[in-house]
Design a protein around this ligand. Structure first.
Ligand code: 4AD
Ligand code: MG
Length: 480
């Protein structure tokens, strides 16, 4: 008969039915009279108990039922004798679909460190922690589409291969088919990219924003949700070379509308996961509490994971300008114990992550929307404010994460935009298509980018961004 998933077995407990389940063995225990197998098929964090009577199941099959083996079980659903779960299966037959040599299988039933599991990313999804993370990640991406679809936004797929560097940070991965050992050269002795596949230099996108703007100035409200690539050599717990970004872009929105949307969106995502991922969150919360126990008392977090999520979902994000934030930081007392010093002497300096953390975690103790940054430290496309010194940028800072969203109102005035590009040495000829939107039917518009993995980190409480994406790309890491 047809396979039943463990999630629906647990939900329905069809006592008396004969069913088939398939999955991977987490543990087997028992004696010569009876065996208990904890089976997991990934549909839920919970394992399902299989009772195997050596009188009913051949000895060699039972012997092959080791941790990690994949089996097919046919049997009768009965009320569970033990505690915890309402039903279990008494096996009529077990078929070993794939054995797992206990001498070699790396995921034995004991606690493995996240560092060790990172080395075996091809298997780590079989652990409770990682399966929970990836189910939550799935729920979050579904919620992203649901949120925007319900609001009438259109999902746009922007190119992954492009010639532009939206953020202008020069951190792009090049895309070429040229033989770099012996490239074709032009008369000046330079590499002749005219001979390359795209007949020009190309790179992987760092952001879908510029193309998103083109779409917003036609469809009014759009969003992108795709992979973005940055060759920044930052080995931190918050940076990936390949990460996913959600970038809504809206015509007729000003900076305030933009911040309102971002705040509402983030709270919706948190609420969605709280409502739909209860068991996984409960597991992840317990995992964090265990982790906390090994820390010194003064470094433990005060709130359990779900309490923290509810707190953020119910809070009003603090809205402050860069200038106000600088004043707060200047007046803050350096933390003597940790020799922690704020060196913000000059207005105009970019905030470091410890400044952001201070604002969010120590000063306001809730998410902060920081706006109106000095124009010199922000991208060319951001709208210049009346003061001539700042731009209508916003960053959203989250507790434990730091920057989770970056966005702005865009510069819609052709003359201001071209003057800015000149100042920043951005060649206008190459951006003719972008400038066309300001030539023809320009209008105020705004947008932002949410770093998807940072959001998954926030809701799952995972400390390292490498643990919320299946196959992390970081400096030195591009295997499977
Ligand atoms: O602040 P960023 O660079 O903004 C943009 O790319 C804009 N074009 C977005 C827009 O307005 N449409 O990146 C946006 C967010 C950051 O706030 C952060 O959450 C995430 O993307 N991010 C990264 N996440 C993981 N690894 C990296 N290397 C990241 N760089 C940025
Ligand atoms: Mg940013």
């Amino acid at each position: 008969n047809k396979r039943v998933k463990i999630k629906s077995l647990l939900a329905q407990s069809p006592i008396g039915d004969t069913v088939t389940v398939m999955g991977w063995i987490r543990t087997k225990r028992g004696n010569k009279n009876v065996n208990f197998i904890a089976l997991n098929d990934g549909s839920t964090i919970l394992n399902y108990q299989i009772v195997a009577d050596p009188n009913a199941i051949q000895e060699d099959v039972l012997k092959a039922c080791t941790t990690g083996a994949c089996i097919k079980v046919k049997g009768k659903v009965v009320e569970s004798q033990g505690s915890g779960q309402s039903s279990e299966i008494v096996a009529d037959s077990i078929e070993v679909l794939g054995s797992a040599d206990p001498e070699k299988y790396p995921l034995q039933p004991k606690k493995h460190s996240l560092e060790f599991l990172r080395e075996i990313a091809h298997l780590r999804m079989r652990t409770s922690t990682f399966s929970a993370v990836f189910r939550v990640r799935h729920a979050l991406s579904f919620a992203v589409h649901k949120y925007f679809n319900d609001k009438g936004f259109f999902y746009i797929n922007t190119p992954i291969i492009t010639a532009s560097d939206a953020e202008g940070a020069g951190e792009t991965f090049k895309v070429t088919t040229l033989d770099l050992g012996n490239p074709p050269k032009n008369e000046n002795g330079e590499v002749d990219f005219k001979k390359d596949f795209f007949e020009r230099e190309a790179n992987l996108t760092v952001s879908g924003q510029l193309e998103g703007e083109l779409a917003a100035l036609a469809l009014s409200e759009i969003y992108t949700f795709g992979p973005t690539f940055r060759a920044e050599n930052s080995n931190t717990t918050r940076h990936l070379a390949e990460f996913w970004m959600i970038e809504p872009e809206m015509a007729f929105y000003d900076a305030e509308d933009n911040a309102d949307l971002a705040e509402d969106f983030l709270k919706y995502l948190i609420g969605y996961v709280l409502e739909n991922c209860e068991q996984d969150l409960e597991f992840l919360e317990r995992r964090l509490l265990d982790e906390e126990k090994s820390k010194p008392a003064d470094q433990r977090s005060e709130m359990a994971l779900r309490d923290k999520l509810r707190f953020v979902a119910d809070s009003n994000f603090e809205r402050v300008t860069y200038t106000e934030a600088i004043n707060i930081l200047r007046n803050s007392k350096p933390n003597k114990k940790k020799k922690f010093q704020f060196v913000i002497e000059d207005w105009g300096a970019d905030l470091q992550s410890e400044h952001e953390r201070y604002l969010v975690e120590k000063h306001f103790k809730k998410p902060v929307i920081l706006s109106d940054y000095p124009k010199e430290i922000k991208s060319f496309y951001m709208r210049e404010n009346e003061d001539g010194k700042t731009v209508a940028a916003m960053d959203i800072l989250f507790p434990g994460i730091g920057e989770i969203v970056g966005g702005s109102q865009r510069e819609e005035r052709l003359d201001v935009l071209t003057a800015k590009m000149e100042e920043m040495n951005i060649p206008q000829e190459e951006m003719w298509w972008f400038l066309d939107t300001r030539r023809f039917g320009s209008t105020p518009h705004s947008g932002f980018g949410l770093g998807f993995e940072r959001m998954v980190q926030f809701v799952t409480g995972m400390g390292n961004i490498r643990d919320v994406i299946a196959f992390p790309r970081t400096p030195g890491n591009a295997e499977f």
